[in-house]
Design a protein around this ligand. Structure first.
Ligand SMILES: Nc1ncnc2c1ncn2[C@@H]1O[C@H](COP(=O)(O)OP(=O)(O)OP(=O)(O)O)[C@@H](O)[C@H]1O
Ligand SMILES: [Mg+2]
Length: 586
């Protein structure tokens, strides 16, 4: 769909303010262009010595100007409502679509680029609206009035002006195309600069750890040099545009005046008509330049706005089912049926992965870094769909459930939890907006959040910083666990959820976790991913993963008996303290 059509779709959603505002504007534009006629009529009146009539004409002209101004302002006032409302609608729709996009999109996106693109798109919409619905309309009406006057006077004037305008617009069209291309090239460079800025802001600590400020500055300078060069090239297109197009318009103005003087000399027109033609030409033809400036502006905005609206075309790769199914009596059984999975780089991360997890069972996933443990968690949440094979919950394929429902059933405490730049309380209550204050505080207590909250100046009202940077890794983990305890999902996935905690806090939190999981009235199915084997010994079964496949499976006792097995190796490494004191990470 063209940008134009798309925008009008949004504008038309609020059609009444648009129509009601446009009517007074159009009338005002017509009235505004009557000045040359008054020049003509006044000249005739003065030439005929009808001075009273001339005064009347001046008064009428004044009244018309007043009415025109009033109508214009009323029109602007009403259409502004339409413009701002439509802009809000677009912003909301774009953000909603971005929310609906999948993990794959979000891992590939650059927030910096996206922000500058959205900002440019937003600004462009206002300019686009103003240019088309006001400037263009105004000029179109002005020219229509002029053409009407010329056509009545002498067809030759109309043809001459029309021909020159056509040539100018044609030349302008080609020049604008070059202008847009340069603009697009500049936008790319601008996006890269913006992306580098955000990357630097987000990773400021990494830059400092490595004392790489100089390196970053030189990287940034290189991008800025390209930015600079592209901007200059873009500006240059304005120079030849103004040179060529400006002089074509000058030629049209001089040409029409030449014709009018010639006809006056030959007495083919009278002085009053001569003045009509010159007033029209001198006021309107320079406006032609404005029209072309607006056209160029429009072209520029067109690029910005079409990239913005293209966001709405981003495909959702993990779509909701058309006919979703519901789980009526949730048990929490999970089964993986011959699941293969590859990220975009196409290398299989999970190979022929099959696993049946019973309702209420606690499964531990262990294995070397990169074995695919977190990937298993992401697939259960449907962050991605398997390349082949199926994942089912209570016998229903998860791609037959609405993503929202699925994600309410499954709760994950991620490996590296990120928080909103808001209060501690907000971040915990985020898991369940309906929870009472008591419930939030109880979850916080169970996850040992209250032990460090006491030391914070504003307690639960402390702001945690962007992504939670003002908290320690272990504190962030405790907040993430509190969220999960508050949400109490039927299926719980703990991905290295306590890896940054000291042993004492870990034990207390583990207790809270097992209390929830082993709750006799409503047991939960759980998957615990951990490198520290001491934390998973209580699991019903331990699944050892190796290179995307299940290498071993069994209880802790069974697996440590298995000579030459991976688990036995890992266990003895941790027990014998080869790495740390038997509790450290592998
Ligand atoms: N978004 C991604 N795009 C491409 N490849 C990815 C992505 N996420 C993970 N991988 C790759 O998939 C493989 C499995 O990663 P995964 O995060 O599942 O490992 P893991 O077993 O959880 O490791 P760890 O113990 O270090 O957390 C790794 O080789 C990793 O590089
Ligand atoms: Mg992981």
């Amino acid at each position: 769909m063209s940008v134009f059509k798309r925008l009008y779709h949004f504008i038309w959603q609020r059609k009444w303010p648009f129509i009601l505002g446009s009517i007074p504007m159009v009338i005002s534009m017509i009235l505004n262009n009557l000045a040359p006629f008054f020049v003509k009529w006044l000249t005739i009146a003065v030439q005929d010595g009808l001075m009273d009539h001339a005064f009347r004409l001046v008064l009428i002209f004044g009244l018309i100007l007043f009415i025109s101004n009033l109508l214009e302002n009323i029109g602007y006032y009403i259409t502004d409502k339409n413009m701002v409302g439509a802009s809000n609608d677009i912003s909301k729709e774009v953000l909603t679509h971005i929310h609906n996009l999948d993990f794959a999109y979000h891992t590939n996106k650059s927030s910096g680029k996206l922000i500058s693109l959205m900002k440019r798109g937003d600004d462009a919409f206002f300019a686009y609206y103003d240019i088309i619905n006001r400037k263009f309309l105004n000029l179109a009406i002005s020219f229509a009035v002029m053409f009407f006057a010329f056509a009545r006077l002498r067809l030759e004037y109309l043809l001459f002006v029309f021909l020159l305008i056509a040539i100018t617009v044609l030349v302008a069209y080609f020049l604008i195309k070059i202008n847009i291309k340069r603009r697009q090239e500049f936008n790319d460079a601008d996006d890269n600069v913006s992306s580098a800025r955000v990357d630097n802001l987000v990773n400021f600590d990494t830059v400092k750890y490595f004392a790489n400020e100089k390196f970053e500055q030189s990287r940034f300078s290189k991008l800025l040099a390209i930015w600079n060069q592209r901007l200059q090239a873009y500006f240059f297109t304005f120079r030849y545009f103004d040179g060529i197009v400006g002089n074509l318009i000058n030629f049209a103005l001089v040409g029409i005046m030449f014709l009018a003087v010639r006809d006056l000399r030959n007495q083919q027109i009278v002085l009053a008509d001569f003045l009509l033609v010159t007033t029209f030409s001198m006021t309107l033809l320079p406006k032609m330049m404005q029209l072309l400036f607006s056209l160029r502006e429009l072209a520029k905005k067109n690029t910005d706005i079409s990239t913005y609206l293209d966001l709405l075309d981003e495909k959702i790769t993990v779509p909701d089912p058309i006919q979703p199914r519901k789980i009526l009596d949730l048990k929490g059984e999970i089964s993986f049926n011959k699941v293969d999975f590859a990220y975009e780089n196409k290398q299989l991360v999970l190979k022929d992965f099959s696993l049946q997890i019973e309702s209420g069972e606690a499964i531990a996933l262990v294995g070397f870094s990169g074995a695919g443990k977190t990937t298993v968690a992401k697939l259960i949440m449907r962050m991605y769909d398997p390349t082949s094979g199926q994942i089912l919950i209570d016998g229903i394929a998860i791609n037959k459930l609405l993503k929202d429902e699925l994600r309410k059933i499954v709760g994950v405490v991620p490996q590296d939890p990120l928080l909103f730049n808001n209060t501690v309380y907000f971040n915990i209550a985020y898991a369940n907006q309906k929870a009472s204050k008591e419930e939030v505080l109880a979850a916080a207590k169970a996850a040992q959040v209250d032990t460090f909250i006491k030391d914070l100046p504003n307690g639960y009202k402390t702001i945690v910083g962007e992504r939670g940077i003002k908290l320690s890794g272990g504190q962030r983990q405790r907040l993430a666990i509190a969220r999960m305890l508050l949400e109490k999902p039927k299926i719980i996935i703990m991905d290295e959820a306590t890896s940054s905690l000291d042993s004492a806090s870990e034990q207390i939190i583990q207790q809270a976790f097992w209390d929830l999981v082993r709750d006799q009235r409503d047991p939960r199915t759980s998957i615990i991913i951990a490198h520290r084997l001491s934390t998973i010994m209580q699991a019903d079964r331990i699944v050892v993963m190796n290179e995307g496949q299940i290498a071993e499976i069994g209880t802790h006792e069974e697996l440590i008996q298995k000579d030459g097995g991976i688990y036995q190796q890992l266990w003895s490494l941790q027990r014998n303290g080869f790495i740390g004191d038997g509790e450290s990470d592998l």
